[in-house]
Write a protein that binds this ligand. Structure first.
Ligand code: HSE
Length: 285
């Protein structure tokens, strides 16, 4: 058995109001290589993904070595953990004769993550909508995204662990807060499905997570406002942060510069990417 390589896209999730259900795959990648060997060389995080694969597939476990290369910053709300988990799952699946389909591999990666939004986008590409009801995953709805839409990422120089960023959230909300998020989420979905991206203006307002996470990223509203002022359609916290994302159809350099200038001490870097419409792929096929 030889080395198997998997290219997995970064992803942004929530897109403002769509907490835990909306995702967007990005043209920013990690490549995960898995090579059968005589002794397992993998972090506990990778070993847990492998264990879940062997349990689900019934394949006989074997020792392996994992290597991750690429451009996805970790702990910045860009789905880096999914790139590794999905990469390990897909590579082992190839090495074991592809007994599991992509939907099953998505389900395994979503279960390891604890929430399915980044996993859906990374697995299938494009703009994704996924439901998890009472712990059960529903189908992933996936829509291709026009190359004209660009995602400007402002990546601060500090990490945020998703588990910590979930602890700051309340367990109950007022009805009007939820209704506002429902309206925003419906608008975002309608804009992506119809490819009428201009109607994303004003749709990213959120009352369920961003106001609380602002304690961790105090400059969030200023960076979004600067991006919008420079020409972006709108912006939001990417996943649980720390990255802030703006979507734009024009003036991407100006948007990036404005977002960076609004970050205290310019302690961040920016990167502008398109949307990945392919999802995770075996590099040799
Ligand atoms: N939807 C998750 C959250 C994604 O916001 O906690 C984390 O990247």
């Amino acid at each position: 058995m030889s080395t198997v390589r998997v290219r997995v896209p970064a992803s942004t999730s929530n897109l403002g109001p769509g907490f835990d259900c909306l995702g967007l795959a990005l043209e920013l990648y990690n490549e995960v290589s898995v090579e059968p060997t005589t002794e397992t060389l993998a972090s506990p995080f990778m070993a847990a993904a492998a264990q879940s694969f062997f349990a689900a597939s019934g394949a006989m476990p074997f020792p392996f070595r994992v290597e991750v290369r690429g451009d996805v910053p970790s702990a910045r709300g860009l789905g880096s953990s999914v790139t590794v988990r999905l990469g390990v799952l897909m590579a082992l699946n190839r090495l074991c004769g592809e007994t599991l389909d992509q939907q099953r591999l998505f389900e395994l990666s979503a279960r390891l993550e604890g929430h399915p939004d980044n996993a859906a986008a990374a697995c299938f590409g494009g703009f994704t909508v996924v439901q998890k009801r009472q712990g059960r995953l529903g189908q992933v709805l996936r829509y291709g995204v026009d190359p004209a839409l660009k995602v400007v990422l402002c990546v601060p120089d500090f990490e945020i662990q998703t588990a910590e960023a979930r602890k700051v959230l309340p367990s109950t909300y007022r009805r009007e807060e939820v209704v506002d998020n429902l309206a925003g989420t419906a608008t975002v979905v309608a804009a992506f499905v119809s490819r009428n991206y201009r109607s994303l203006r004003g749709a990213f307002a959120d009352r369920l997570h961003q106001p609380y996470r602002q304690a961790l990223i105090p400059f969030l509203p200023e960076v979004i406002a600067a991006g919008v002022e420079a020409g972006a359609l709108g912006g939001f916290l990417s996943g649980s942060g720390s990255t802030i994302a703006c979507l734009t159809l024009a003036r991407e350099q100006e948007v990036a510069e404005a977002m960076l200038a609004a970050t205290p001490g310019r302690a961040a870097f920016t990167r502008t990417v398109g949307v990945d419409n392919a999802g995770a792929k075996l590099s040799d096929g």
